[in-house]
Design a protein around this ligand. Structure first.
Ligand code: OGA
Ligand code: MN
Length: 269
């Protein structure tokens, strides 16, 4: 029998007792749980690529970063993936796909090999962070807009980039969003994290200070949950509602994850 246990007080649940991940009633319950709890943890599932894809397709349409490629490897070893350099960006708090018109709805991550030391994944609820802001601050943030860039995120890991790195980063599009995102269903959250380059029209120092302050607010322990992986675990999260980051691990470690992102259906406002 499917059962759920809270991971943190305001968000996250561990799901146990799933007999068949591909059952319609199970999908319906998990979709609802993801919407309200933000993070779903399944321990010891040991899904292979095919089973992970079958499950992900029940949640929506997998994004294809490259045509025909719905599942990607997360590893910091350049011998394992050509994205190893960019993936160091996963060490900074972020939301995936903020530079797209329509951000990814969810991410389905499975663990194939753990790092010997470190390498957990940490989540912070941007809904809880917004909901707990004092009224006066919420008012202050109304109408503010944020410019997101890949460059801003990469600079958090490569503070002294080469001209070539910067040129490559700038090749990618930037995107503006409201600082406080009100979704169709009325839920509001803060759109912050490593891709938040600046607040549109604000003086640079003031803008940086505000973005840093809001990220620090959002990532307070009371809004966070850390998952310590074991090979075989699967975590699914609401991409736009959770800031997330990988906790430090040795880039030459064997840590290997397989990731599928599910396309969103709601544009940034
Ligand atoms: C990612 C990511 C977290 C992790 O792949 O986008 O944030 O713990 N991964 O590897
Ligand atoms: Mn990510």
């Amino acid at each position: 029998m499917l059962e759920t246990t809270a991971l943190a007080s305001s968000f996250g649940i561990e799901v146990t007792g799933v007999d068949d991940l591909n059952d319609d009633a199970v999908t319906a319950r998990l979709t609802e749980a993801l919407k309200w709890r933000g993070v779903l943890l399944f321990r010891g599932l040991n899904l292979d690529d095919e089973a992970q894809l079958a499950f992900a397709r029940r949640l929506g349409t997998p994004v294809q970063p490259l045509p025909g490629q719905e599942i990607m490897t997360v590893s910091l070893d350049p011998a394992v993936t050509r994205s190893a350099e960019y993936l160091k960006g996963t060490f900074s708090w972020h939301i995936d796909d903020t530079t797209n018109d329509i951000p990814a709805k969810a991410t389905v991550l499975t663990c194939r090999h753990v790092a010997a030391v470190g390498g957990g994944t940490e989540f912070a609820s941007t809904y809880a962070a917004y909901e707990n802001l004092p009224e006066a601050e919420r008012k202050r943030y109304e109408g503010l807009r944020v410019l997101h860039s890949f460059e801003a995120a990469q600079r958090t890991v490569y503070p002294d980039p080469t001209d070539e790195q910067v040129a490559r980063w700038r090749h990618l599009p930037t995107h503006e969003s409201s600082l406080v995102w009100e979704r169709r269903d009325g839920r509001k959250s803060l759109v912050v994290g490593a891709t938040a380059d600046h607040i549109v029209g604000m003086e640079p120092h003031e803008s940086r200070a505000l973005l840093d302050e809001l990220q620090a607010w959002t990532t307070q322990e009371r809004f966070c949950y850390t998952h310590d992986w074991e090979a075989g675990d699967m975590v699914v999260w609401d991409n736009t509602g959770m800031l997330h980051r990988a906790l430090p691990y040795d880039p030459s470690s064997e840590r290997l994850m397989r990731r599928i992102t599910i396309a969103g259906d709601e544009a940034w406002t």
